[in-house]
Ligand binder design. Structure first.
Ligand SMILES: Nc1ncnc2c1ncn2[C@@H]1O[C@H](COP(=O)(O)OP(=O)(O)OP(=O)(O)O)[C@@H](O)[C@H]1O
Length: 296
């Protein structure tokens, strides 16, 4: 069964550092989530608790209604791939794959073999001898071929070239469509991967900033350009994420979307409207000018 995930007031601390700070969210089963956040925003810490790699310091995480920590059933059906790879460095690729084949009840040997070949992995090579991109490739093989109901992929593309990344995205989507499960993909390559996400989850300084359908989120960003004064009159009272000026021309990035009537009003005021890409929206929302609550 694909699990429902409930995170309530989750806190993760490392000594004096609070990595996840009272985060609450619900993730419906069977979707691809894009987990976005700046460096150090708490993505890996959050995923580590979901994967039962560590315990919450406060609040709770429930997967299928139960705490995943030390729960063998949940852990067997959860795969967490991160850049450290977490496999014995001295083992050969073939041994790592065979071990996971025995460990994972839904392991797809055919998919594993195809991906191993696509990423140029030699089964006889030791993990320690793999290049950075090949290590990532091995992580992707383990992540996808495990076919776990909860698949957590934390920046798994490090060092992969463009062709390998494109293979990864294609295989992930194909396999997800054929075998639905919950996939959480953390990435900094937002532009490149955004089309894969059904929902976007943005965290900043350990707190939830946005959780929304990707299309709804995409529609929230509008760039308003025109004479500075007209732009300011139009945006007054709205959430402005950023402003740029060149001579007398100003561009303001609005958050919240515009209705038909407002679009007409902008046109009448001589202003031009343009969509804002997900990556730009993300940068604005996490650039430090806004507290997480300011845009919710
Ligand atoms: N083992 C640790 N010991 C001490 N502090 C840690 C440890 N792991 C993470 N942190 C701190 O917790 C915060 C969140 O880190 P985390 O790795 O969860 O962020 P992230 O969003 O995954 O970052 P990145 O995008 O750079 O991978 C950071 O301030 C980091 O320095």
């Amino acid at each position: 069964m694909i699990p429902m995930i409930s995170v309530r007031d989750l806190t993760v601390r490392y000594g004096a550092t609070t990595a996840v700070d009272g985060l609450t969210m619900e993730l419906a089963p069977g979707r691809i989530y894009g987990l976005l956040g700046r460096n150090g925003s708490g993505k890996t810490s959050l995923l580590s608790v979901l994967a039962a790699y560590r315990r919450a310091d406060g609040g709770s995480v429930e997967i299928d209604g139960v705490d995943p920590f030390e729960n063998a059933r949940i852990m067997r059906d959860t795969v967490f791939v991160r850049d450290t790879l977490d496999v014995p460095e001295g083992d050969r690729v073939g041994k790592v794959l065979d071990f996971h084949a025995r460990l994972r009840p839904r392991w797809d040997a055919g998919l594993a073999e195809r991906l191993t070949e696509a990423f140029g992995l030699d089964r006889r090579k030791r993990v320690s001898a793999l290049s950075r991109g090949q290590r990532s490739g091995l992580g992707v093989v383990l992540g996808l071929a495990s076919r776990a109901s909860l698949t957590l992929l934390d920046e798994v593309y490090l060092g992969m070239d463009a062709a390998a990344r494109s293979t990864f995205y294609r295989e992930l989507l194909d396999d997800y469509l054929a075998h639905p499960r919950t996939i959480i993909l953390s990435t900094h390559l937002i532009q490149e991967v955004a089309d894969l996400f059904e929902e976007v989850v943005i965290i900043d300084r350990g707190r939830l900033v946005v959780q929304e359908e990707t299309d709804t989120f995409r529609a929230r960003g509008v760039a308003v350009t025109g004479p500075a004064e007209a732009v300011e009159t139009f945006v007054s009272g709205r959430t402005v994420l950023g402003r740029q000026s060149l001579g007398g021309v100003r561009q303001a990035t609005l958050y919240g979307g515009l209705g038909d009537e407002e679009e007409r009003r902008a046109e009448q005021a001589g202003l031009s409207l343009a969509p804002v890409g997900i990556q730009d929206l993300f940068v604005h929302l996490t650039s430090g000018e806004h507290t997480p609550e300011a845009v919710r």
